[in-house]
Design a protein around this ligand. Structure first.
Ligand code: H79
Length: 461
């Protein structure tokens, strides 16, 4: 049935003269897109700046503990790090019954946090699918008592609330028999090869990803697990072109190919496939003009739910990370790991609420902004809207003497005011060639996390 379904789809593609597998030579190459087209396609994503990452799967059942032993690793890796055999790991599916899951509630949490998009794991490295996939029964509808398609429910809730739904999908798969080139515990050994990997690629991975694009119309496909020896840059380019042909506006991360430089996440050089760099658990020291990127990060240590992981970052740290990233022209994809009951953990919800409150006041200094026009300073960050002649000064450390100096700003702003001040009362500003611009500030910072000063310049930057 599944195979037949796929065969029909392939047949149709050939009929319409499209690019079915085997006809990849004739498939359109999307790699040399015109600058203006690319800017239009990336527009919403660049403006969004802040998204929610959701790592959810049957690894939330063991939640970091195997055989009574708490594991060191991130929880979604437990199958690999505890070397759990496939047949045994599969049993977690039968225990996975997240009856408290409420898609509308999750989307509201993201929206209230000021996030503009959600990237959820459709399939992580463990190979378990979180929607009703046609090519396998190892999925949330066919293999659990829960039997609900959470991606379908999230899609509906996202559409209703105006949030873009996106999928994280692992190329590496510890469950599929044809994808076992990489044996645990040696996850670092990317040189091994599975003789039947092409079969996994063409009858499982690609059909699954096509299903996701067809059924749920994701705004971004976020691949991972691409470092395995069996996956090539050519595979990445082919899949990229295949998906863009299905949905030309689709945005795809750089882990679809082999370009990324380790956890630092940006590409090793030019010419690799993918639309944006993916620093993981880190923020690059500077932005790169013309390069799109997104830092993904956990709030504690683990991506998937891990009961004993209490190493929570503070709300202050998280807001400042967002500002730091925006000042370098990147996006912040901040992770939550829901419980096996279907709830986003309370410490995560609290932090997201704090971030949303900060963004309600200061959002215009983040959304739709460009990177800092100035060199970094120790006391804060800058973002800008060049076409509007706007500079946003994010002050982390409020000056004790009430004077803030921006040495690099040599043109006197028309106006300076605190973003938190609804009256927009003008702040006194002095500008000179030698010392730059000095702003006189009230004694107390409007916000202990970060206070924003708006500088309206006479001309666009
Ligand atoms: O889904 C979360 C993690 O489970 C997943 N990515 C985030 C978003 C992740 N998978 N693996 N890792 C994180 C760490 C893997 C690191 C390595 Fe490598 C893989 C070291 C060697 C192979 C990639 C390629 C990083 C360096 C080289």
């Amino acid at each position: 049935m599944d195979r037949k379904h796929y065969a029909i789809a392939v047949g149709l593609m050939v009929l319409v003269g499209g690019a079915a597998f085997g006809g990849q030579e004739s498939r359109k190459d999307f790699s040399n897109e015109a600058r203006a087209e690319r800017d239009a396609r990336m527009g919403w994503w660049r403006d969004a700046r802040f998204g929610m990452f959701i790592h959810w799967g049957i690894y939330s059942v063991p939640a970091g503990v195997y055989d009574g032993v708490p594991q060191q690793s991130v929880s979604e890796w437990i199958m690999n790090t505890a070397a759990i055999p496939v047949a045994e790991y599969e049993l977690y599916a039968q225990q996975f019954n997240p009856v408290q899951f409420d898609a509308d509630e999750w989307v509201t949490i993201a929206k209230d946090a000021g996030m503009k998009y959600i990237v959820i794991t459709s399939k992580h490295h463990d190979g378990f699918s979180m929607w009703d996939s046609a090519v396998t029964d190892y999925d949330i509808v066919d293999a659990t008592h829960f039997k609900r398609d959470v991606l379908a429910e999230l899609k509906k809730a996202c559409d209703k609330q105006g949030i873009r739904l996106c999928f994280y999908h692992s190329i590496m798969d510890w469950h599929h028999p044809d994808a076992q080139g990489l044996f645990y515990p040696n996850y670092n050994d990317s040189g091994r090869s599975s003789p039947n990997f092409a079969r996994y690629r063409d009858t499982y991975l690609r059909p699954q990803v096509r299903e996701l694009v067809e059924k749920y119309d994701p705004a971004v496909m976020w691949f991972d697990g691409e470092w395995i020896g069996d996956w090539t840059e050519e595979d990445g380019k082919n899949l990229y072109n295949e998906l863009r042909a299905m949905k030309p506006s689709l945005i795809i991360n750089n882990r679809i190919g082999k370009g990324r430089a380790g956890m630092q996440g940006m590409n090793k050089g030019p010419g690799y496939v993918g639309d944006f760099g993916t620093p993981e658990q880190e923020i690059p020291p500077t932005g790169l003009p013309g390069v799109d990127w997104e830092s993904c990060m956990t709030m504690n240590r683990s991506w998937g739910y891990k009961a004993c992981d209490n190493a929570w970052k503070s709300s202050l740290q998280l807001v400042r990370n967002l500002v730091d990233i925006a000042s370098k022209g990147g996006n912040f994809l901040l992770n939550v790991g829901p419980t096996p009951q279907g709830r986003i953990p309370r410490p995560s919800v609290e932090r997201l609420r704090d971030m949303g409150e900060w963004l309600k006041v200061n959002g215009q200094a983040v959304y739709g902004t460009s990177a800092s026009p100035f060199d970094p300073v120790e006391w804060g960050r800058f973002t800008s809207k060049p076409a509007e002649g706007l500079i946003y000064v994010h002050v982390f450390d409020w000056p004790k003497d009430g004077k803030l100096t921006i040495q690099q700003l040599k043109q006197k702003p028309l106006k300076a005011y605190l973003l938190a001040d609804p009256a927009k009362s003008e702040l006194t500003v002095r500008t000179s060639e030698e010392t730059g611009t000095t702003i006189s500030l009230p004694e107390k910072a409007p916000d202990p996390i970060s206070s924003v000063i708006v500088l309206q310049l006479e001309k666009p930057l």
